[in-house]
Ligand binder design. Structure first.
Ligand code: IFM
Length: 487
């Protein structure tokens, strides 16, 4: 493991007080997810997940890689925690693999799985790093998928049971537990565009999945509350979008309303307001009759949360769908954080199409525009003024180069992060209650359908040897944390 080279002058350690100082309690962290870093997919009783199945289906992952080993974090956990301590992290956001805890998705609990996360939590606490755990970052146990996955209402009940197990076993030592990470991706990339596991392309199934994910969040939040100490906090993380109309035409503005409904309000409204947005229900009646929404579901989904996690990378630009535009966009990479080559992930593509945006771009071809994060935070705060927010993911993939001396001069990642830190600061200055920020990601890892080909880490991982190397951005982030702000 490489350690921080203290002889090297710190990039921003000038001794001058930072120009953008953050509130005293503001938390600086980094984030990862189980399948993306752990590896050890067959060890200590872990069951199979939909991502094991998906990645071993040839052609699903662009570079043909899988998460079987990934960063080998399962075996290197102590050294990774030591690395976090060297960076001065205040918190670490990780996810718990459901198939390690309940290998078949229901029934028997795997003690060895709980023990792994228990060791991780203890190691973090020993170093003064606050754990923030997510229960579901996309690795559904395969037997639950075999029974219908998120199209099956019963999966929500199984999730609540799993949440209770984790709450009971670890809730005394994890101050905040998050139910879901980005249910948008699970529903729309998993069941509509099919570029994520389980790889289904059925718009009606995607909408059923949305509802069952929302229901699982509500049931899981209640199950956690029953197990957690009074101080325990429950949260949800959404990948919220800033959606812009390509032009001011009424048709394009209506397309933006529609996509905002599917990207944001179909999750925010039931969770925080207790009902689905009527315009979204109306937009999609030609796809589903919504009969899977039952009496009592709205109240269950509306379970109180203590914190909303916001994952944000890039804005989205949409236009009204016309046959010509749909033909032009079909099969093209579309520059928004949630689109992919091939079919649009939005059910109702007869209404809206994501269109290209100007650069600068990250290596994901996502437009870089930090000010849109301020815009997003102000909007959520305006609509939910009493809800504390946390940036649970933000960061950028770039094509990093390892120099002959092992250095990685990722100045574009530093620029990206600096811009977004400033955007968060701007939102706080305007009254938004943002409690902290987690860089995505602590280390390079398995980027889902992109495999190992995209590097988001501030720590470089050599996948052949497992060696970790600090990129310049890691050293820079250490200095930001130490200064509690930006120069
Ligand atoms: O790597 C993902 C993460 O798992 C969820 N949010 C977006 C990241 C970058 O694509």
């Amino acid at each position: 493991m490489s350690s921080i080279d203290t002889a090297r002058p710190a990039a921003h350690a000038t001794g001058v007080p930072p120009r953008l100082r953050f509130p005293g309690s503001f938390v600086w962290g980094t984030a990862t997810a189980a399948y993306q870093i752990e590896g050890a997919v067959d060890e200590d009783g872990r069951g199979r997940s939909i991502w094991d199945t998906f990645t071993h289906d040839p052609g699903r992952v662009i570079d043909g890689t899988d998460g079987d080993v990934a960063c080998d974090h399962y075996h290197r956990m102590p050294e990774d925690v030591a690395l976090m301590a060297q960076l001065g992290l205040g918190s670490y956001r990780f996810s718990i693999a459901w198939p390690r805890i309940v290998p078949t998705g229901s029934g028997a609990v795997n003690r060895a799985g709980i023990d792994f996360y228990s060791r991780l939590v203890d190691a973090l606490l020993e170093r003064g790093i606050e754990p923030l755990a997510t229960l579901y970052h996309w690795d559904l146990p395969q037997p639950l998928q075999d029974a219908g996955g998120w199209t099956n209402r019963d999966t929500a009940n199984r999730f609540a049971e799993y949440a209770a197990v984790v709450g009971g076993a670890l809730g005394d030592r994890i101050p905040t537990i998050t139910t879901f990470n980005e249910p948008w991706c699970s529903a729309f990339l998993g069941y509509s565009s099919g570029v994520h596991a389980p790889g289904i392309t059925d718009n009606a199934a995607a909408l059923a999945a949305v509802h069952h994910l929302n229901l699982a969040h509500g049931l899981g939040a209640a199950a956690l509350r029953a197990e957690l100490p009074a101080t325990g906090k429950v949260s949800l993380t959404l990948n919220l979008a800033v959606v812009r109309a390509a032009t001011e035409s009424p048709a394009d503005r209506d397309a933006a309303r529609h996509v905002d409904g599917l990207a944001n309000r179909i999750f925010l409204d039931p969770v925080l307001n207790g009902h689905y947005p009527e315009d979204v229900l109306d937009d999609l009646r030609h796809i589903t009759d919504w009969a899977f929404i039952r009496d009592g579901d709205a109240a269950a989904i509306n379970a109180p949360i203590d914190l909303l996690g916001v994952n944000y990378y890039s804005p989205t630009r949409v236009a009204a769908a016309t046959p010509a535009l749909q033909a032009e966009m079909s099969g093209r990479w579309v520059n928004d954080p949630m689109s992919t080559d091939g079919p649009s992930p939005f059910p109702g593509t007869d209404l809206a199409v994501s269109v290209p945006q100007d650069g600068p771009y990250t290596a994901m071809h996502w437009r870089i525009e930090p000010g849109t994060l301020t815009e997003l935070l102000l909007r959520v705060h305006r609509e939910h003024p009493d809800l504390p927010l946390m940036i649970t993911e933000n960061g950028a993939a770039f094509d990093d180069v390892v120099e002959d001396d092992g250095a990685i001069h990722d100045s574009r990642r530093i620029d990206y992060l600096q811009g977004h830190f400033a955007a968060v600061h701007d939102a706080i200055a305007q009254g938004v209650d943002v409690r902290g920020y987690y860089v995505w990601s602590l280390m390079d890892n398995f980027e889902w359908a992109w495999g190992l080909s995209k590097r988001f880490g501030i720590v470089h991982v050599d996948y052949a040897s497992g060696q970790r190397r600090l990129k310049d951005s890691a050293v820079w982030y250490r200095d930001v944390i130490a200064a509690h702000g930006l120069n």
